[in-house]
Write a protein that binds this ligand. Structure first.
Ligand SMILES: *[C@@H]1O[C@H](CO)[C@@H](O)[C@H](O)[C@H]1NC(C)=O
Ligand SMILES: *[C@@H]1O[C@H](CO)[C@@H](O)[C@H](O)[C@H]1NC(C)=O
Ligand SMILES: *[C@@H]1O[C@H](CO)[C@@H](O)[C@H](O)[C@H]1NC(C)=O
Ligand SMILES: *[C@@H]1O[C@H](CO)[C@@H](O)[C@H](O)[C@H]1NC(C)=O
Length: 482
């Protein structure tokens, strides 16, 4: 516990597979090497002490850890050191806030001196700046020699102010995570000159303004997460230049316009989330070219167009979420070609027509929500389909849908049985009171001559399930931000 060696997994496995005698000798070798008087450079040590003074809850860090890099039982768990070419020990990693690493003191403020530790490779400050308001600052001094590759400042409620443009001087940066802080202002365009970046996560902040078009410079970027901010404007066309992008999350912003056509070039994209924005109009022409896509999550946008049949070509799709976005027309039958689809959410749209018969052959689907549309006709599913999806099937709020009496027995999906009054009155007695009326939606008149009866209604005592049928809740539902 007290000594921390850094071994790669293969090295570790090799060690473990060797007889114990060689494990001991290897440990000794390691210890001997570190017994050399390879001390820290005094100015680097002083910089580290200063950082610890602002961060550590340990009152007298300097006295407790006079040789913080020296391996042995006095070593402090949040620090990792390595011997450099100059045969000195150097701090390479600082880690606060995640177990087993130490927590920060409640008055901790951002230590800009981390950028003047030339050998520092990774910094993790998790839940560190919680009380004393503090900003990210980068002094020019030393920053040109920084070899910082990973900077992760996550979940720091007292970390406020803008992202300083000087961060673009951290030329070695590969992973920048500034998620769940209170950062505001615009995203500085110069950040996108950090051409080594493979991951950029600025999610859950208060960032505003538009997404700079310089974004397209990050040719190595594999993951981009700007979700849960207040970004406006449209998605820049240059996004199509991010050829390595696998994950794109722009959810919960105020992004408008339509998805740019250039997005078709992102053929490595596996995960795309655009929910809860103001995107509208059209889908990109080359949607079908996004052949790697497994997750397409785009609920809550004012689209108001028919669903594109091209989704059916995206064979790898596992989740397709397009709820609450004003889609009209019928559900394209091509959707039933998505053999790996496990979740399909199309609830709260204006879809009409019948559920494609071929949906019954989506063998991997386990969550299907088509509730609150204008779908009609006989539900094309058989008893084994109903059984497999159980409560994860929601067809409620489609007044025109009905269940074939032969499949209806024991099915609780919020859909009436097609047909005879005889059946319905018999079953009606089993329904809980308050649910005897078929629900109706969007101001449609309840059709008194409807062939629907009401056994549907979920005999379930579960509150959540009942909520589905509560008209009042529908009124309260957040509508599009149009
Ligand atoms: C940066 O490193 C160079 C040599 O590697 C050194 O001469 C220079 O003083 C360093 N600059 C700063 C600001 O530390
Ligand atoms: C569907 O999923 C299976 C198992 O995860 C995978 O092996 C297969 O390649 C997937 N098919 C497609 C078309 O992506
Ligand atoms: C239900 O439908 C599926 C797909 O059409 C079919 O493979 C399966 O055999 C059916 N099951 C029953 C019990 O009819
Ligand atoms: C289907 O969507 C509605 C509306 O968003 C939601 O209330 C309901 O819980 C969902 N049903 C299921 C089974 O997920």
């Amino acid at each position: 516990m007290c000594c921390s060696f850094s071994l790669s997994l293969p090295q570790l496995l090799l060690l473990l597979s060797l007889p114990s005698i060689s494990l001991v000798s290897s440990t000794n070798q390691h210890a001997n090497k570190n017994l050399q008087p390879d001390n820290m450079d005094p100015s680097e040590l002083e910089t580290l002490f200063n950082i610890m003074d602002t961060m550590s809850s340990d009152q007298n860090w300097r006295l407790s850890y006079p040789d913080p890099c020296k391996p042995g039982c006095s070593a402090w768990p949040g620090i990792e050191c390595k011997t450099g070419n100059d045969n000195h020990l150097h701090v390479t990693r600082l880690d606060f806030g995640t177990l087993p690493n130490p927590t920060c003191k409640s008055t901790a403020t951002f230590p800009s001196q981390i950028f003047s530790l030339p050998y520092l490779r990774s910094v993790f400050f998790f839940h560190c700046f919680t009380h004393a308001k503090t900003t990210i600052s980068v002094s020019q001094k030393g920053v040109f020699n920084s070899s910082l590759q990973q900077l992760s400042l996550r979940s720091n409620p007292a970390l406020i102010g803008p992202i300083p443009p000087q961060m673009s001087l951290l030329k070695s940066l590969q992973i920048l995570t500034l998620s769940q802080n209170h950062l505001d202002g615009q995203i500085p365009a110069v950040i996108f000159s950090l051409s080594s970046l493979v991951r950029l996560d600025l999610s859950y902040n208060l960032l505003g303004g538009t997404i700079p078009y310089q974004l397209g410079n990050l040719r190595n970027l594999g993951g981009l997460d700007l979700s849960y901010n207040s970004l406006t404007g449209s998605i820049p066309d240059t996004i199509g230049q991010l050829g390595a992008l696998q994950k794109l999350d722009l959810s919960s912003n105020l992004i408008s316009g339509s998805i740019p056509d250039s997005i078709e070039k992102l053929n490595s994209l596996v995960f795309m989330a655009l929910s809860n924005n103001r995107l509208g109009g059209k889908f990109p022409k080359g949607l079908a070219k996004l052949g790697s896509l497994q997750y397409f999550i785009m609920d809550d946008n004012p689209m108001f167009i028919p669903l594109p049949a091209e989704f059916g070509v995206l064979q790898k799709l596992q989740e397709l979420r397009l709820a609450n976005s004003g889609y009209s027309g019928t559900i394209p039958t091509t959707f039933s070609q998505l053999t790996n689809l496990s979740t399909l959410s199309l609830q709260n749209n204006r879809l009409t027509g019948e559920i494609p018969v071929s949906f019954g052959s989506l063998t991997r689907i386990y969550h299907l929500n088509l509730s609150r549309n204008f779908l009609g006709g006989v539900v094309p599913f058989n008893s084994s389909f109903f059984k497999r999806l159980g409560r994860n099937l929601d067809l409620s709020g489609n007044p025109g849908l009905c269940l074939s009496p032969s499949e209806a027995y024991g099915v609780k999906i919020g859909v009436s049985v097609c047909g005879s009054k005889g059946t319905s009155s018999m079953k009606k007695s089993e329904a809980p009171s308050g649910f005897s009326k078929p629900f109706f939606l969007f101001g449609m008149e309840e059709d008194a001559s409807s062939s629907s009866s009401s056994i549907e209604v979920v005999e379930d005592k579960n509150e959540n399930e009942m909520e589905i049928f509560n008209l009042k809740d529908k009124v309260k539902d957040p509508k599009f931000r149009s």
